[in-house]
Structure formats: C-alpha cells, structure tokens
Ligand binder design. Structure first.
Ligand SMILES: C[S@@+](CC[C@H](N)C(=O)[O-])C[C@H]1O[C@@H](n2cnc3c(N)ncnc32)[C@H](O)[C@@H]1O
Length: 279
C-alpha cells in the first residue's frame, strides 16, 4: 500500500497545487490536502491510460492543452456516488405534498431540474415518483425532467438507463415490475429502465459554474450531494442563481449534509433539506 510519504514524493506539492487550481477553475470543486490520496489514485489511472510515466508529464499535458484535456480530466476527478431513491424522504415529500399540490393547481406544466444527476438513478427516481403520482393524468400534462451533470461519462450511463439488478433489489416490487426490464443471457444481472420513465427525462452536459441556457421557471430543483465539493462563495452564487430560476414557491432540495447558510432567509424550510422559495 502507498503511504502518505510515498504519495508526497511521487506527486510533488507543485503538481498537486497546480491540479487543485485547475480543477477549481474548471469545476468549482475544492481539492484540499485531505484529497491528496484520492488525487493520487485517480492520477495513477490517468497516467496508465495515457501511457505516461510521471505525474509531472500529465501536468505538462494539462498546461499545454488545458481545453483538450478538460473533459477527460474532470470526468476522472468527479465523485459520482449515487443510488435509486437515495434520501427517500425527498421523494416522499414530492409524492405526498408537492406533486398533489401542483396537480391541484392545474397549471398542466411541471419542470423539474436535477442539477448533478450523476449516472441517472436520481432523475429516474424522480420520474418514477412523477409517474406514480400522475398516473394517466400525465397524458394531458406537460411534465419534463432535466438531468444535468458536468461528467459526460455518467450522463451516457443515464441515457442508456442500464444498471446492475442489485441496485434496485430493495426497491418496491411494483416499481421494479413497471419501470425496469430484466436483461437476458449474459445481461441477466442487468436491468434497463423502460421508455415510460426514459421519455420524461432529458440528459444534458452542464457545468454548474458556467452559464445555464435554461430559462425556467422550475417547480423543483434538486442539487444534492455536490455542494459539499464547493466553497462557501460558490455555494452562495449557486443559491442565488437557483432562486432566480425557481417558480414562485418552487422547491430547492439539497443533500443530507448541505444547507443554505446565509441564503436561508430567502427560503422557508419545509422538510429535511427541503426549502421553499420565498418571494
Ligand atoms: C456525489 S454525486 C451526487 C449525485 C446525486 N445528486 C445524488 O445525490 O445521489 C456528485 C455529482 O456532481 C457532479 N458535479 C461535480 N461538479 C459539478 C459541476 N461543476 N457541475 C455539474 N455537476 C458537477 C459530479 O460529476 C457527480 O456526478
């Protein structure tokens, strides 16, 4: 096993600092010294893939072609951990409060943005919640879920909608039956999402640090378990932009360890890390 001293020797302070700065500029992700081992591990894979011999070689490549390498490198450093119905209380709130309320309002149009969608389990969980709440009413409503992420690899997984069966084995049987089809032969350990939920979602590459092409307004914005990688300044800038893009009384849903900090005054807390926009 590589220890902290080996890492320090092989990944020099200059190279590590350069990488931290590059990642911050491109993605807003803050890589502090505690992430050194993680950077080292991901770097090792990159160096192997790129047939290079040292970390410095890769830093030189990043310096000489910062734009060309951006997508590949950012894809390699993002952490994409997610799962179906992660933090289930958020989906319960949608099913029990928000969607019935929106249906009753009768606007016939609902927009939901899942802003760090990773491999797609989160937007598909939203789509299943929507389908279950609307039932046949959905035919007469215009409901769309936008799923975005900075990482093009995870978005491709989301678009394909193919997952290991073990990722859904704890899901209620009726949802598995309705929204997944089981693979055959060599694919028997896999499932694929059905077009019923696929058709509700559009997957698009979007870096939260850049301009957002969408006009909104969104009734619900999910931004879960990504803010933890950003500093306070970036978080506040994002909260302001989410606030602008939300419909009156729209919901902003954050991850379990995230909060609005100084921006709390513009929202009302209505559940565990669920915030309603105040106008
Ligand atoms: C830990 S995953 C969280 C996934 C999901 N929201 C959940 O809670 O299960 C964080 C995701 O944020 C994405 N991400 C990181 N920086 C981003 C940025 N600047 N813009 C958009 N997405 C970003 C990563 O690619 C990753 O897929």
């Amino acid at each position: 096993m590589t220890n902290a001293r080996d890492i320090k020797q092989q990944l020099s302070d200059d190279d590590f600092n350069f990488v931290c700065d590059y990642v911050y500029q491109k993605s807003g992700i803050v890589l502090s010294d505690s992430k050194r081992e993680m950077v080292y591990r991901r770097f090792t894979r990159i160096i192997r893939d790129r047939h290079l011999t040292s970390f410095s070689d890769y830093c030189e490549l990043l310096k000489s072609d910062p734009e060309g390498e951006e997508r590949y490198f950012i894809n390699a450093v993002t952490t994409n951990l997610t799962s179906f119905f992660r933090e289930e209380h958020h989906f319960d709130y949608l099913a029990q409060h928000e969607l019935p309320h929106l249906i009753k309002k009768g606007s016939k149009r609902i927009r939901i943005w899942c802003s760090a969608s990773s491999t797609g389990e989160e937007p598909y969980s939203i789509a299943m919640t929507v389908k279950e709440s609307f039932k046949t009413l959905l035919n007469t409503w215009d409901v769309k879920i936008l799923a975005t992420d900075i990482d093009s690899n995870v978005l491709n997984t989301g678009k394909q909608g193919i997952y290991e069966y073990k990722g859904i084995e704890d899901m209620p049987e009726h949802l598995v039956k309705k929204y997944f089809s089981r693979g055959m032969g060599v694919n028997s350990t896999k499932v694929k999402t059905t077009s019923d939920i696929q058709n509700l979602i559009t997957f698009k590459e979007l870096n939260l640090m850049n301009d957002w092409p969408m006009k909104g307004p969104f009734d619900v914005i999910f931004c879960r378990n990504v803010l933890i990688y950003f500093d306070k300044k970036t978080q506040l800038e994002l909260f302001e932009r989410f606030h602008k893009l939300l419909a009156p009384n729209g919901l902003l849903i954050l991850g379990h360890s995230e909060n609005l900090g100084a921006f709390q005054q513009y929202f009302k807390s209505v559940g565990r890390t669920i915030f309603r926009k105040l106008d």
